[in-house]
Design a protein around this ligand. Structure first.
Ligand SMILES: C[S@@+](CC[C@H](N)C(=O)[O-])C[C@H]1O[C@@H](n2cnc3c(N)ncnc32)[C@H](O)[C@@H]1O
Length: 312
């Protein structure tokens, strides 16, 4: 077994991170030893940590790694694989379709949810609709698994709703513990002004990983992230009293991950709570329509009227 790059205790839990290739670390781990794997692999889109920009390489890597992921998971364990789209020269490949295809060679893995993670910010496209979601495929190893729904329930939109017909007509219909959060999660992505932003180019938000760790593992369990990056999964696992193991190829990112765990320990880690996205007040300067928007609208209206007249 490799020597860990760092190993940190947090209360009765511990995190171990290896400077290693994901597949090589997985091959060193015993079978049936991990409760939950959460990760976001490289998308082959030309980020600073990627060598390949080929969709074929992405698929080949996934076909190689999935049997090992399934082997190390405990029966009933969960695998959460977060990806977006590969876009080149305006051609889009939804990477979760390839991940799902790769998973079909490992029939112990059963897909339970395709969670759509939606966010408000990103590149503004001119030739197609701007991309504002990515996905998380949640698989379990085998038929039997645990799902702790209650701690991740969210407040109902209409808590005072009542049954309007049937034997319970007139009684309140909502669950007092809150409602199932559904499979579309609106959680801000970690861009420039996000409080959790580090130098890593594509971090998970803590809120996203927190829901998965809470719902799909127990305190004292073992959580893994084979593509650790800035260490978000490690931070959440420790915060929630789980143990952690992970791999990352770049020393600079391992340094960031270690720093974040140390901040968690000292109580200085900045975290955006899992709360609804704030809608700015109409009086805030960002809500006020600049004068040239109105002028532009007027000239666009005039041009449209002219076009309509020409076609009459
Ligand atoms: C999408 S990022 C993960 C970011 C992470 N979820 C976070 O919150 O910071 C993918 C990471 O995988 C690392 N990586 C790429 N290929 C790897 C490999 N074969 N083994 C281990 N890590 C790898 C990259 O350096 C990068 O930090």
């Amino acid at each position: 077994m490799y020597k860990p790059h760092f190993q940190i205790k947090y209360g009765s839990s511990a995190a171990k991170a290896y400077k290693a290739d994901a597949l090589l670390l997985l091959q060193q781990l015993p079978s049936n030893s991990v409760d939950l794997i959460i990760t976001s692999p490289p998308y082959c889109v030309g980020k600073e940590y990627e060598k390949s920009t080929s969709v074929q390489d992405f698929l080949t890597e996934h076909i190689r790694i999935f049997p090992e992921l399934a082997r190390v998971l405990k029966p009933g364990g969960s695998l959460c694989w977060q990806v977006g789209n590969h876009v080149r020269s305006g051609r889009l490949t939804p990477l979760d379709a390839l991940v799902y295809f790769a998973s079909t060679f490992t029939p112990q893995l059963i897909l339970r949810n395709r969670i759509v993670w939606t966010f408000g910010h990103g590149v503004h496209c001119a030739n197609r609709f701007s991309g504002r979601h990515e996905t998380i495929l949640w698989f379990t190893k085998g038929e039997k698994y645990k799902f702790n729904l209650d701690p991740v329930r969210i407040p109902q939109k209409y808590p005072g709703k009542r049954y309007y017909k049937g034997p319970k007509a007139g009684e309140w219909s909502g669950n007092p513990k809150g409602k199932n959060p559904g499979d579309v999660w609106d959680i801000p992505n970690v861009k420039a002004k996000h409080p959790e932003k580090t130098k890593h180019p594509c971090q998970f938000p803590i809120a996203l990983v927190s829901r998965l760790v809470t719902a799909l593992s127990k305190p004292g369990g073992l959580v893994m992230d084979p593509y650790l990056g800035s260490g978000t999964t490690a931070v959440v696992a420790l915060k929630q009293r789980r143990n952690f193991i992970g791999s990352e190829k770049k020393a600079a990112y391992l340094k960031i991950a270690k720093g974040r765990i140390e901040q968690l320990k000292s109580g200085t880690l900045k975290i955006r709570d899992d709360v609804p996205v704030r809608i700015p007040d109409p009086t805030e300067s960002v809500s006020i329509i600049p004068p040239h928007f109105a002028a532009f609208k007027k000239s666009a209206r005039t041009a449209k009227t002219k076009r309509l007249k020409q076609t009459e």
